[in-house]
Design a protein around this ligand. Structure first.
Ligand code: C2E
Ligand code: CA
Ligand code: CA
Length: 699
């Protein structure tokens, strides 16, 4: 309301004298311009109001056509947006007061009116009315937009610091209407201590105009003594002065939603079987630990990666139900072992990860690993069984300066493998050497791929000699890698990586084809090579590969090689992995006519009953037995036993790793048919092997 604004006042007054008095007072006002429109009856007043443009009504309650409060009520109903100031005589003061209670903005006793007072009253009346309208508007917006039928309503008179709580509001907290007063304490006093600060901040942010509306989720104490999640929404009503006068809104019970949210969140972050944190949550916590380790405070941590030893045995022999029970029991022990701030998570079937904070020395981490070993060493009682278990533990320490959770976990995992390779219930701390080894392996893998493309693989050939005739029988093809910048690399350095990465398959097909090609060339060149056989090592991956038969047939066909001159060396473990399909494969290969030799015999574990049914021709005694043949401790008997076994099964026996004349003499006495070893010759390159064959050697 600026000073230049014109205020239209409708004066409803049947006394001309009183009317003139008011007119004069208003028109003499210097700062506000008034236009007074005077009517004498209620009917005329209603007509004028209907036409609009009235800013304020000055009403005498006693009119020719209407008396007392009724005059006010009828006018009020007709124009709710227009403020009404009631003018009365002293006798009617009580009535006027009642009119204010019903919605009049103010009342004035005519006899006391003086110019300033009247103007002030009118101004305030207009201002208050506007505020009231805005509030009603907002409340209407509220009931439309937010507050469902189930919501409670509150209305806080900020100036007086009183709150109106609707019956429903109280009911949401378990109270009857009379049981809750109108003090703010009734609300804030029940808000959960952890949420109170947030609520107050949200309110003051809104009151200061930082937020368009108030919205806060907090827990409120229910009468039954539990906290329930509630959503409070509200809108402030700001007066002319710019200060909030009221703030009103709704209260919604969101407890159920919150609980399901929390449940969903919990489920997403936990393993359903053990209820331990899962991989995702573990990585989350680990990332936090890493962030803390990077701060100046350098909060240290350790990651322990646990893999149960032979858990599969438990599952296979006692069943999955028992396996599950064991996992649950293990989780409990692990959890009990650790401090509240530590995290133990289940990150795989039988894998757990532990994050321990404040581990400053490797010994601290080792001590934890030892405690875990001790805990797991005590037997577990799962229904019907007493089960023993152990774990291999790998440890990674924050002192390595990790920046990513994946790296810390990977190193702990690498260390775990190291621990596992040392036997059961071991632990190992990840160190630089392991790191170098891991990097090396990675480089090796890349190099192997390139080696395949660049055809850097070569074959060497080691003679196999008939111990009966002393003549050359054939050769075993052994792969080498002619690395462009290094010496010749032997299979021990790359075969296991090639196995792990699957590269052994293409490498193996190359060996098979190349060995057959070489054989064909020799046979063309030297008559002496005509009867020689070639032995080729197969990896497990090749053995189960769908292309095996095709590859073998192609290698033979393309080189015009007699199938009986090709010997495929397979190991017991390749057969035992899946006896059924192995026997099937072997039968098929036998049909083709190739010979089948069991390599490294005695190192794996095989079943004699299976062995007797295998369509294999020859057993190769592992070189570790041959080496110890002359020892006093009975290992010589193993060679003896294997030779006898072969004879009983109708198979021939070859001894590999034959290095000395004594060994040769001993094997001949045992009537072992074939020998291979440094005593005869080291593996030779193609040329040297051909020259040897051409010389028809005799041992
Ligand atoms: P293996 O099949 O048992 O091959 C015999 C290994 O014993 C060869 O090692 C050979 O050099 C070595 N050897 C021969 N005579 C003696 C001896 O008198 N004393 C000693 N101490 N050792 C002897 P190499 O060539 O290093 O091969 C190692 C292993 O690598 C092989 O053992 C075989 O398992 C694997 N391998 C070699 N070539 C291939 C291949 O083409 N494919 C697959 N899948 N594996 C291969
Ligand atoms: Ca072999
Ligand atoms: Ca062997």
């Amino acid at each position: 309301m600026s000073d230049s604004e014109l205020i239209v006042a409708l004066l409803v007054e049947d006394s001309a004298a009183d009317a003139r008095l008011v007119e004069r007072q208003l028109e003499s006002e210097e700062h506000v311009r008034f236009r007074v429109e005077w009517v004498e009856t209620l009917a005329a007043a209603l007509d004028r109001l209907a036409a609009g443009g009235v800013d304020v009504v000055l009403l005498d309650l006693n009119l020719p056509d209407s008396q007392g409060l009724e005059s006010f009520e009828r006018l009020y109903r007709a124009a709710r947006a227009v403020p009404i100031v009631v003018m009365t005589g002293r006798r009617d003061a009580r009535l006027a007061l009642k009119a204010v209670g019903d919605g009049a903005q103010d009342y004035l006793v005519k006899q006391d009116v003086e110019p300033g007072l009247l103007v002030r009253s009118i101004r305030y009346a207009i201002e208050r009315k506007q505020t009231e309208l805005r509030l009603r508007e907002s409340e209407e917006r509220y009931s439309l937009a937010v507050s469902g039928a189930n919501d409670g309503i509150w209305d806080w008179d900020v100036q007086r610091d009183r709150i109106y709580f609707s019956p429903r509001w109280k009911e949401l907290l378990g109270y009857d209407a009379e049981e809750v007063g109108d003090r703010t304490e009734e609300w804030f006093g029940r808000v959960h201590p952890d949420d109170l600060d947030g609520l107050r901040k949200a309110i003051s942010a809104h009151l200061s105009g930082q937020t368009a509306h108030l919205e806060s989720e907090h827990r409120i104490l229910h009468r039954n003594g539990t906290y329930r999640w509630m959503l409070t929404r509200g809108l402030a009503v700001v007066g002319e002065s710019g200060a909030a006068q009221r703030i009103a809104g709704s209260l919604t019970d969101i407890h159920k939603r919150k609980m399901t949210e929390e449940e969903l969140l919990h489920d997403a972050m936990h393993d359903p079987l053990t209820d331990l944190p899962n991989w995702a949550l573990f990585m989350d916590r680990l990332n936090i630990a890493i962030a803390q380790s990077q701060r100046t405070t350098r909060q240290s941590f350790a990651v322990l990666f646990l893999d149960l030893d032979r858990f599969k045995n438990v599952n296979d022999s006692l069943g999955h139900a028992v396996g599950d029970k064991l996992l649950i029991a293990i989780s409990r022990r692990l959890r009990a072992l650790l401090r509240p701030g530590d995290t133990v998570a289940r990150v795989g079937g039988d894998e757990f990860a532990v994050l321990v904070n404040g581990v400053d020395h490797p010994e601290d981490a080792t001590r934890i690993a030892e405690r875990i070993h001790e805990e797991l060493a005590r037997s577990f009682l799962v229904p019907g069984h007493e089960v023993f278990t152990s774990a291999s533990i790998g440890i990674a320490l924050s002192s390595a300066g990790y920046e990513r959770a994946e790296d810390a976990l990977r190193d702990a995992d690498t260390a775990m493998y190291r621990a596992k390779s040392r036997g059961k219930a071991q632990h190992a701390i990840f160190d630089e050497a392991m790191h170098r080894r891991a990097v090396e392996l990675l480089r090796l893998e890349t190099d192997l791929r390139k080696a395949l493309e660049r055809q850097e693989f070569r074959l060497h050939y080691q003679p196999i000699v008939s111990l009966v005739t002393g003549r050359l029988e054939g050769f075993e093809a052994l792969v080498r890698w002619q690395h462009p910048s290094r010496n010749l690399i032997y299979p021990d350095e790359f075969i296991s990586v090639a196995e792990d990465t699957g590269l052994i398959v293409p490498i193996g097909w190359f060996v098979l084809a190349e060995a057959c090609r070489q054989m064909a060339r020799w046979r063309q060149a030297h008559a002496a090579a005509a009867g020689l056989a070639i032995s080729v090592n197969l990896s497990g991956r090749q053995f189960v590969h769908s292309e095996l038969i095709d590859r073998v047939e192609a290698a033979l066909g393309e080189n015009g090689l007699d199938p009986s001159k090709l010997r495929l060396e397979i190991t017991e473990s390749m057969i035992m992995a899946d006896v059924g399909s192995a026997v099937h494969k072997l039968e098929h290969l036998k049909q083709i006519g190739v010979q089948l030799h069991i390599d490294d015999f005695g190192t794996g574990y095989s079943s004699l009953s299976y062995l007797s049914r295998l369509p294999t021709n020859t057993i190769k005694i592992d070189r570790s037995f041959v080496r110890h043949m002359e020892d006093e401790n009975g290992r010589s008997h193993i060679v003896e036993t294997i030779v006898a076994l072969g004879r009983n099964l109708g198979m021939e026996v070859a001894a590999e790793g034959l290095e000395t004349a004594d060994q040769l003499a001993h094997l001949r006495r045992l009537r072992c048919q074939y020998g291979q070893g440094f005593y005869f010759s080291r593996p030779l390159d193609g040329e040297a092997a051909a020259a040897l064959a051409a010389s028809s050697p005799r041992w």
